[in-house]
Design a protein around this ligand. Structure first.
Ligand code: KIV
Length: 274
């Protein structure tokens, strides 16, 4: 008899249960090898549309397509077995109507096997969140500094800097929670407002440049690894991989140019066949 070791993925109710409990550990992830490295240490991996900027050198997330999200979503699913994987719905794939959003989200779920999708927006997108969750698609919300609205904001600007802005952002948080989202990202938000929202709503808040009081945190993995030469100010770096990679490549280039390529002693012998 052989023993089958089953690895179960983190579920949506398990993420919800982090409300007012153990913080949810989240990171973005876009490819298979890093998914494997992250898998035992995070509760949730987000295939964020930030991949347009990080992986593809775009200036904003606005050029990211559904096909790109599905391609990277597949890679992350292949590389992981444990974390809950959420894939972003990119700009233009969901805003038009709940029906359009359902078709985009269903494609993502069917073609990647991920558990959930994330959508940016508060009150304006609440009806769509309700429509999807009632039809079996778990949704993570995203409010505050929503990068798909960058042209309206006029840049990546922290939201809720003045108390006059707070009621609208709080209304967004409540609308997303009441519509059935299982968690909500609070991005680029004044600290006391993010803490207040965390106390006010019943679902876990996941902060990025928001507040340590949030029910969980997320960072763009490349930012915390030191691969981004100009990361956002709030990012704590846990490694300095950019300079490390450059030093390794420089050493490799020097070896190749000096014909000091390792392997002479390892050259495999050709076997005679027949
Ligand atoms: O696209 C992304 O990576 C995100 C996170 C920054 C939350 O939405």
């Amino acid at each position: 008899m052989s023993a089958v070791v089953e690895t179960k993925r983190v579920t949506v109710p398990e993420i919800r249960a982090h409300k007012n409990a153990k913080p949810v550990v989240c990171l973005t992830c876009y490819h298979a090898h890093t998914a494997k490295l992250l898998d035992n240490h995070v509760d949730l991996m987000l295939v964020g549309d930030s991949l347009g900027m990080v992986m593809h050198g775009m200036e904003s997330t606005l050029g990211v397509t559904l096909d790109m999200m599905i391609l990277h979503g597949n890679a992350v699913m292949r590389g992981s077995k444990h974390a809950l994987v959420v894939v972003d719905l990119p700009f233009g794939s969901y805003e038009e109507s709940p029906q359009v959003a359902f078709r985009s989200a269903a494609r993502v779920i069917q073609e990647t096997g991920c558990t959930a999708v994330k959508m940016e927006g508060g009150e304006r997108i609440a009806e769509t969140i309700r429509y999807l969750t009632l039809r079996g698609i778990p949704v993570m919300g995203h409010i505050g500094l929503t990068p798909q609205m960058i042209q309206i904001f006029g840049g990546f600007k922290t939201q809720g800097r003045t108390e006059a802005e707070w009621p609208a952002i709080e209304a967004d948080a409540k609308a997303v929670a009441e519509a059935g989202a299982f968690a909500v990202v609070l991005e680029g938000m004044a600290e006391p407002l993010a803490a207040k929202i965390t106390r006010e709503i019943a679902i876990p808040t996941i902060g990025i440049g928001a507040s340590a009081e949030c029910d969980g945190q997320i960072l763009v993995m490349e930012d915390m690894l030191g691969l981004n030469p100009s990361p956002p100010k709030f990012v704590r770096q846990y490694a300095n991989m950019g300079p490390d990679i450059e030093a390794a490549v420089k050493a490799y280039a020097a070896d190749v140019r000096a014909r000091n390529f390792p392997g002479k002693e390892n050259v495999y012998t050709m076997k005679r066949v027949g």
